[in-house]
Design a protein around this ligand. Structure first.
Ligand code: CP3
Length: 351
């Protein structure tokens, strides 16, 4: 594996995996590991008026980041925040209605677009960097710290629709109707993301994950223009500014188009989603990059024998190279705590 340079172990299993080192038991963390399936999160969340207020409270957000580490001892902590703090910092306020997901004033035309700030207001994001510092000072030495942002396409899709949709049709339509305007929005989000991630790294995160949760809805040409190129622009600029940072790209639904990231030195690992084939990914992705994933969140919800069998299949399928165990998408709020315990036991003792 020419692109993987084995180095002395760092003392943090996730960082070793990101350096291309194969481990007999892969390190593990879970997307959305902080959140509603944890009773201690629900109790704390009940004390804040809104989700955004919670995200911008360093005391609560740092505690939420640490809760899954204290309870389960995952190999990484992920910053507690949301991808939609970026629109907020661009002057497009975000709110979350109980049980309904995000709400923003939609972008329907050039007038709405022109109301946005050209640059993000980093002042608005200051509490996030403070959260990073607070977590950093309390994190056990072997636990890696992951920051994140949404990829430009995924963030833009919420900015345009003003809410979650099943297929991001409003943003796709907007991009076909107004390609120049859409391109300007994507460029702005690239710049914002690089500045935002750089500040997260300077405050203490060692790894960043870029969530392109809606990459899968685009045809090839649009994927290339709105997902692949903008994400690579972020990873290249961030690596130039912060050479030590490790970068995981989660381009959900990209399928075979993931190969577009393979020759890119600025990308350290690729996140696989639930529908990605383990054997195809082992042969075509893992030979060049560390892979992360890809247990179906519904198997974790189901638990029992189905969970043990599926975890073993993924462990075996990725046993020949560097692997970070994770879900193929975020943990579901109804997931029982005992199932997460069984998952950890199976990954750590089960081989
Ligand atoms: O992973 C973690 O534990 C860290 C925190 C985190 C959250 N959101 C907290 C959150 C991360 C990494 C995210 C990323 C995120 N946010 C994505 C990309 C990953 C993915 O799941 O595809 C997206 C698309 C969003 C936007 C978003 N935030 C939506 C659509 C929603 C509503 C749906 C839902 O899951 O509730 C959120 C709300 C949100 N973000 C919650 C949490 C814990 C629940 C709100 C609450 O607790 O009141």
């Amino acid at each position: 594996m020419a692109s993987h340079l084995p180095s002395a172990t760092s003392g943090k299993p996730i960082l070793d995996a990101l350096s291309g080192i194969r481990q007999s038991k892969p390190p593990i963390w879970l997307m959305r590991q902080a959140g509603r399936y944890l009773p201690e999160y629900r109790a704390m969340r009940a004390q804040s008026r809104s989700f955004m207020e919670f995200c911008f409270s360093p005391k609560m957000a740092s505690e939420a980041t640490l809760q899954p580490i204290k309870r389960f001892g995952f190999d990484a902590a992920i910053l507690f925040s949301d991808i939609l703090v970026i629109p907020e910092a661009m002057g497009q306020p975000v709110s979350f209605e109980q049980g309904e997901g995000p709400r923003l004033a939609p972008i329907n035309d050039s007038q709405d677009f022109l109301r946005l700030r050209d640059e993000i207001d980093l002042e608005v994001l200051e509490p996030v960097f403070e959260t990073v510092e607070l977590v950093k000072s309390q994190l056990p030495a072997e636990v890696a710290f992951i920051g994140f942002c949404g990829a430009p396409w995924t963030v833009a899709s919420y900015m345009i629709a003003g809410k979650g949709t099943p297929d991001q049709a409003p943003a796709r339509l907007f991009a076909y109707r107004y390609p120049d305007l859409f391109s300007r929005l994507i460029d702005r989000l690239v710049r914002a993301s690089v500045n935002y991630l750089e500040r997260q790294v300077r405050a203490g995160v060692e790894v960043v994950q870029i969530f392109d949760s809606w990459a899968g809805v685009l045809p090839d040409r649009e994927f290339e223009k709105w997902c692949l190129q903008p994400v690579l622009s972020i990873t290249r600029q961030l690596k130039a500014r912060c050479p030590g940072v490790r970068i995981i790209v989660f381009s959900r639904g990209a399928k075979t188009r993931l190969v577009g990231f393979l020759e890119e030195a600025s990308v350290d690992a690729l996140g696989l989603d639930t529908s990605d084939s383990v054997s195809w990914s082992a042969r075509n992705i893992q030979v060049k990059k560390t892979v992360q994933g890809n247990l179906d969140p519904l198997v974790l919800l189901a638990g029992g024998e189905a969970l043990v069998v599926e975890v073993s299949r993924i462990l075996d399928g990725f046993s020949a190279g560097p692997h970070i165990f994770n879900l193929g998408h975020g943990i579901l709020p109804a997931t029982p705590i005992e199932h997460v315990e069984l998952l950890l036991k199976t990954v750590r003792d089960g081989r």
